[in-house]
Design a protein around this ligand. Structure first.
Ligand SMILES: Cc1cc2nc3c(=O)[nH]c(=O)nc-3n(C[C@H](O)[C@H](O)[C@H](O)COP(=O)(O)OP(=O)(O)OC[C@H]3O[C@@H](n4cnc5c(N)ncnc54)[C@H](O)[C@@H]3O)c2cc1C
Length: 502
């Protein structure tokens, strides 16, 4: 891994301090953030990572071809947070590799485009006057009915209908959500919607369009930070910092067993190419899947905890990465594809994020996302089938590319990419968490580590707070990503700095 200017001040300090070793399970951004913060505080820390690379879901993959090097995130990763401490950390780590990127995202449905997130005038224009009138009327009806007889928002469908009315829900949310989750929206919990779009509704959009008001919801963030050579550089550079500060990241080291005695974790059994070994530690931070953690305790966790872990499910993602001899496919940051006959759900064009993601301006590439579950027809498709299916959709159904523009393609399988908030998930989750909370030296962080739909900023925030707890502070990690408002909303009355360009 390279050295960089942002990390120069960190080198050479041996890890000493309180002399208690922290063992971090998983080298995604969450785990690396914990280790980075502890390393800066001169605490001995060891990161154990099953894969032969750092970065987890937020890594960047390089592919060398005769045309030059292409780089791919696992689905484009945009940095966004309102939290200044996290923005400062991101800037410190990425340093001179930082770029600012304009965000243009659209929904593609039935051959038409609508801005995403929904801009109401643009959405109504795209669906024509008759459907628009119906959308506004049935939204009005929903509001009146819900005012007279308040309904409990339980499912994803309830939440979307409440916010946007039945017509806009069916047109712009139902099809995509069902692709992402693989289940009808009435079986999914409304929690995901509140996390993604609380404070947004047809009402607020219309009000804001006609009555400019103080503190209104003005927009979603349309500019974001991105490392020049792919989002994975954030993790790689944290890893550089950790090793420069004298701590260790052990790749190819999978945690197999978590040994416990009373209310303490005493050590881990890990497996490497050389066999299994026991790793001791004083404090433990886990970013490995919560469902796995609960099932690898030694002695085993109580039967009800194991049962609970089996009830929680994740959605997987497969990205098909295409390298193209073409200058540009679309101007979009992301394009959300709602059509049911097109199997993938979304794609991004890395060159639109950073020119360094392709060998030269003559080339572009696409990262096309398929949502799936273990054993379903998409998960069971071979690499060859998935690449061919993608190329066919892009040529025959969308008219975006021609066959002679395709240089090559490959897939990345990312299991457990999305914690599934299926209705009823809260109960088993609470059982597992109550069990884990009983350990005085074990903290859970990250996305699948906490079974929470956390973006990178939330994942590193949990990592940061877990490290601070070890350093003697007292933070409740459950409060991360528990905002009452959609985290991307920007209000006029807010002080500038969301995030600021410094
Ligand atoms: C398609 C997609 C798009 C996304 N886009 C964005 C975006 O635009 N912006 C954003 O901020 N976030 C985005 N995210 C979310 C982001 O990827 C996650 O929030 C972040 O990667 C979570 O970090 P983490 O460290 O918790 O987990 P991970 O990145 O999943 O890392 C966990 C690590 O643990 C390792 N591990 C697992 N089991 C074991 C074991 N038994 N032993 C040792 N190691 C183990 C894994 O190999 C992995 O490296 C996106 C995610 C996806 C899937």
């Amino acid at each position: 891994m390279e050295n960089g200017h942002g990390l120069d001040g960190l080198s050479g300090t041996p890890a000493t301090g309180a002399n208690k070793t922290t063992v971090v399970m998983g080298a995604g951004p969450g785990g690396l953030c914990s280790a980075y913060v502890l390393s800066k505080a001169h605490r001995p820390t060891m990161v154990l990572e099953k894969a032969p690379f750092v970065g987890g879901l937020a890594r960047t993959i390089k592919r060398q071809t005769e045309h030059g090097e292409f780089k791919f995130d696992i689905g484009g990763h945009r940095w966004f947070t309102k939290n200044d401490e996290l923005n400062d950390l991101f800037r410190e780590v990425v340093a001179e590799e930082l770029l600012w990127v304009n965000r243009i995202s659209r929904i593609y449905f039935d051959g038409r485009y609508v801005d995403y997130p929904l801009k109401i005038s643009n959405a109504l224009k795209a669906i024509g006057p008759i459907t628009s009138a119906r959308a506004v009327a049935d939204y009005g009806r929903t509001r009146v009915t819900h005012r007279i007889k308040p309904v409990k928002i339980e499912s994803m469908e309830d939440a979307y209908v409440d916010q946007f009315g039945p017509t806009l829900y069916k047109l712009f949310f139902q099809r995509y959500s069902e692709k992402v989750w693989g289940l009808p929206c009435d079986q999914m919990s409304g929690d995901w919607v509140s996390q993604r779009s609380k404070g947004m509704s047809l009402m607020t959009a219309v009000k804001d369009a006609v009555i400019p008001s103080k503190g209104k919801v003005v927009s979603l963030i349309d500019e974001f930070m991105y490392p020049r050579d792919g989002f994975g550089r954030f993790s790689e550079r944290m890893a550089d910092g950790i090793t420069q500060m004298g701590n260790q990241i052990r790749l190819g080291t999978g945690v197999e067993k978590v040994h416990r005695e009373g209310n303490r974790v005493t050590g881990l059994t890990v497996s490497t190419d050389a066999g299994t070994e026991f790793v001791e530690g004083d404090n433990f931070i886990s970013s490995i899947p919560l469902t796995v953690l609960a099932q690898i305790m030694e002695p085993a966790a109580p039967a009800e905890v194991i049962e609970a872990a089996k009830k929680l499910t994740f959605r997987n993602i497969i990205t098909v990465n295409l390298m193209l001899k073409k200058r540009q496919v679309t101007p979009d940051t992301w394009l959300y594809v709602h059509d049911r006959n097109i199997l993938f759900g979304r794609f991004h064009e890395p060159k639109n994020w950073s020119p360094a993601m392709v060998p030269s301006d003559e080339y572009t590439s696409l990262v096309v996302e398929y949502f799936c579950s273990f054993g379903d027809h998409i998960w069971n498709m071979t690499e060859e089938q998935l690449v061919e299916q993608t190329v066919k959709h892009l040529i025959d159904d969308m008219g975006f590319i021609t066959r002679d523009e395709v240089i090559d393609g490959f897939i990345i399988r990312a299991p457990r990419a999305y914690p599934s908030y299926v209705i009823g998930y809260e109960e088993p989750l609470a059982k597992i968490k109550a069990f884990i909370d009983g350990f005085e030296n074990l903290q859970i962080i990250g996305r699948y580590g906490t079974f929470r739909y956390n973006n990178t900023d939330h994942s590193i925030e949990t990592g940061l707070l877990a490290a601070k707890n070890i350093l003697g502070e007292h933070h409740d990690l459950d409060q991360v990503n528990a905002d009452k408002e959609y985290h991307e909303i920007k209000r006029v009355a807010e002080p500038a700095g969301t995030p600021s360009r410094r």
